[in-house]
Ligand binder design. Structure first.
Ligand SMILES: [Zn+2]
Length: 341
């Protein structure tokens, strides 16, 4: 993955076709990395993401049309002409995330690709294959973390991304740096911020609770998106507690049971969406909607599960739309409408 000024792209390259001055850039980085040099990320920032021991499938490697999505741009890559990368007993195709913001040479080289289109679009992650979106999420979370962490939070010293970019090192002696100890030399691990996303449903399964967020007013087609309730977990909470709190905070409804369904990395910038179902037992009080507790929702309603099914099947319902297919919100709503939870 390539990063420049906060814009991202995925690219397959054959290392032995790179111009020699660019190979030199990677070589210099490698030497600085092994020395834990303080100026390691002055030119390029690299993160070694891992080895694909199975190799890439041939369709992915050779068919330029097999990929879609605005941040993906393939070039031909002939694995068989280049020996696999080896480390100890492991071998395969290496993957890197590269920040080229400070390397004019690499930027010029990348601009030589006519079909290059680097954009940073939240929705584009849902339009590519699972492997590609997974690779993008993995890369972007590391890059974003490195971009936001340049100094030690304990002593203010510049930190160095060692171990090929996945660990930040502060070189101040541990007696003088309050965040270092004999047990932990890493001053900061990459972030993953857990976010609860919940599809709430009545205990008989006939009503589904969805909200229209203040940030999502009607689009050009006049439709307003109704989606699941979502919010960041707070320190010390269990997933279940967080789910019950979020439902109550945003909608005023009181759920009693929580089922954990699935999760989805969402690298904007470092979220892990934890999908849950919240069961609300209607008793004349639990189901009463009140969006004024935190005013995050512009509107919130209990929908008939049958109406949601109609929407999922392409039908119309007033001015309402659902989240994009492939998002965890869509999958949760679909499961509720089909009674699969
Ligand atoms: Zn420090």
């Amino acid at each position: 993955m390539i990063q420049r000024d906060g814009k991202y792209g995925l690219l397959n390259l054959q290392l032995n076709t790179l111009p020699s001055q660019l190979v030199q850039i990677f070589h210099d980085w490698s030497v600085k990395n092994s020395k834990k040099a303080i100026d390691l990320r002055d030119d390029v920032t690299l993160v070694f993401l891992g080895l694909d021991e199975d190799g890439l499938d041939e369709q992915y490697l050779f068919n330029d049309n097999s990929l879609s999505g605005s941040f993906i741009y393939p070039t031909s890559y002939k694995l068989k002409e280049y020996p696999p990368f080896k480390y100890n007993k492991f071998q395969g195709t290496p993957y890197y995330a590269v920040d080229v913001t400070h390397s004019q040479e690499l930027q010029t080289y990348l601009s030589s690709f006519e079909d290059v289109k680097i954009v940073n679009n939240m929705m584009s992650i849902l339009t590519v294959s699972k492997n590609e979106s997974s690779l993008f999420a993995y890369s972007k979370m590391y890059m974003d973390w490195l971009m936001r962490n340049k100094f030690c939070p304990g002593c203010g010293q510049q930190v160095i991304p060692v171990d090929a970019g996945t660990r930040l090192l502060c070189q101040t002696p541990k007696e003088e740096c309050p965040v270092k100890s004999s047990a932990v030399s890493n001053v900061c691990f990459p972030r993953t911020d857990p976010v609860i996303i919940v599809g709430a449903v009545s205990s008989d399964g006939k009503k589904i609770l969805l909200g229209n967020n203040q940030r999502h007013p009607a689009g050009p087609n006049g439709k307003r998106m109704f989606s699941c309730i979502a919010g960041f977990m707070e320190p010390g909470e269990t997933i279940e507690e967080s789910t019950l709190r979020e439902i109550w905070e945003e909608t005023g409804c009181s759920a009693r049971e929580v089922k954990i369904a699935a999760s989805q990395p969402w690298p904007f910038p470092a979220n892990l969406m934890i999908g849950c179902f919240g069961i609300v037992h209607f008793d004349g009080v639990n189901e009463i909607i009140n969006t004024e507790l935190d005013n995050e929702l512009a509107d919130c309603r209990w929908f008939d599960a049958d109406d949601i099914k109609t929407l999922l099947n392409g039908g119309e319902l007033e001015d309402i739309s659902l989240p994009m297919e492939g998002s965890i919100a869509y999958e949760l709503i679909k499961s509720l409408a089909l009674g699969k939870y």
